[in-house]
Structures are given as C-alpha cells and as structure tokens.
Ligand binder design. Structure first.
Ligand code: PGA
Length: 253
C-alpha cells in the first residue's frame, strides 16, 4: 500500500465532563459528515468513552483511549486495560504520550508492553515519540527518536499491509505552547522515523504506516504540514476541544 489515508486525531486530554464530551462528539459528527478521504479519531477521558461512543453511533469517527495498562485485568487500582477499551467501543489507543512519559514515569519498556497489549485485542496503537527542547538544542533529536522507536517497538512484529501501528511525532517543545515545528523540521523528523521503521518493520510496512505530526496543530497550519510527503495527519490537543475548530482541521484539503 503506497497511499496513506490521512488521519486527524483529537486528544482531549483531561478536559470535558461526560455530558460535554457527548455533546461535542455529536456536534463534531455533524460537522464532519460527508468528509471523504480522511480518517478521524477522538480520544476523550476514560469516563467519557461510553457516552461518546453512543454519541458517535452511525458516524465514521473512531474512538480512542488516551492510555491503557498492559495487563488484561488485576489488582491495578486506577488502571484500564485493552479489553476494557475495546469493549467500550475503542478502535485506537494513544500510547507513550510525552505527558505520560514526563509526569507518570512511562518508559520505552512500558510503552512496548502497552503496544503489545493493544495489538493483542486488535486496537490500533498510536505510538507517540518526540524530543524535548533541550534535546533539540543539543542536536539529539534523531537519537531520541531512534531510541524511542527501537524501545517501543522492540520484538513486535506486524503483518504486512497492516495499519495497526500509527506513529505520532510530537516535539515536546511544540505541545500546548503555540510553537509549531516548521514543516521542514517536521518533515525531516518524519522522514527519519520512516527510515527507522523500515529497518525495524521492513520497507513495505514503513511505507504504509501513518506518521502524524502533533504540537500546536491548528486550522491555519495543517494544510502546510500536510503538504509534506511524510506527514500523514495530525494529533491535535488544544485545537481539538472545540468541534468547529477541529472540523476545520479535518477539512484541511
Ligand atoms: P497541542 O497538543 O495540540 O495542544 O499542542 C498536542 C498533543 O499533545 O497531542
């Protein structure tokens, strides 16, 4: 598969009550109705998944979790498992977001376990990678990407033509800061990620895997980012919270 369908994903982080989430999901479903050639996914908080799943019934918007635990069940207070996400209607799950790595001690090893758990139940894994500002300043960006990809995907095999893996390149310094990576900076990182994927997963899979850009994506910069050959979509935080704004990003073309 050579052509990659763009994916625009909204990460709602720790925002919205169940009522607000259901209302906004329903509004979004209306706003993007009939849009073709682009996949859309939203990831609300765990408590909003069930009402949002209901609000999305009959729409093509996919539902994603923001995190998961790698065990199926057990004495892990406060955690949610892959089968639970699946049962509530998720098709995707975000794994290794920089906020989880920064504030909740997530490592490449736990990311690896979580990707396995997701794939085990047929959830698509959205693996997030990206460097901090300090790492970029020290010219360590590519090393960081290399390490996160190799650690996160260690010993995992995918079948060819598979679209169960999505990678999101999210430079930490661009998240929620209003500073977007330039499309050249993003393209350079994406091309490098695809090169590493080719080594880890084979050329075919590297070609078909979608690599999203994340970090202050908004209606004003999405088209420019999407014009780059290795940018296959966006993982959108702040600008995904308002259905109208997010729908403009979905309608970038
Ligand atoms: P932002 O967040 O769009 O608010 O920068 C992106 C993300 O963290 O996924």
């Amino acid at each position: 598969m050579d052509t990659r369908t763009p994916l625009i994903a909204g990460n709602w982080k720790m925002f919205k009550t169940p009522r607000e989430a259901a209302r906004d999901a329903a509004a979004l479903a209306k706003l993007v109705q009939g849009v073709e050639g682009v996949d859309v996914m939203i990831a609300p908080t765990f408590v909003c998944l069930a009402p949002v799943a209901q609000a999305l019934e009959g729409s093509s918007i996919a539902l994603g979790g923001q995190n998961l635990h790698w065990e199926k069940e057990g004495a892990f207070t406060g955690e949610i498992s892959a089968p639970m996400l699946k049962a509530v209607g998720c098709s995707h799950v975000i794994i290794g977001h920089s906020e989880r790595r920064q504030y909740f001690g997530e490592t490449d090893q736990t990311v690896n376990q979580k990707i396995r758990a997701a794939l085990d139940v047929g959830l698509k894994a959205v693996l997030c990678v990206g460097e901090t500002e300090e790492e970029r300043d020290q010219e360590k960006t590519l090393n960081v990407l290399d390490k996160q990809l190799k650690g996160g995907l260690k010993d995992i095999s995918f079948s060819s033509g598979d679209d169960t893996l999505v990678v999101a390149y999210e430079p930490v310094w661009a998240i929620g800061t209003g500073k977007t990576a330039t499309d050249e900076q993003a393209q350079e990182a994406h091309a490098y990620i695809r090169q590493v994927l080719a080594v880890l997963l084979g050329k075919e899979l590297a070609k078909s895997t979608r690599i999203l850009y994340g970090g202050s994506v908004k209606p004003a910069n999405i088209a420019q980012l999407m014009s780059k050959p290795d940018i296959d979509g966006g993982l959108v935080g702040g600008a995904s919270l308002d259905p109208e704004t997010f729908s403009q990003i979905v309608r970038f073309q």
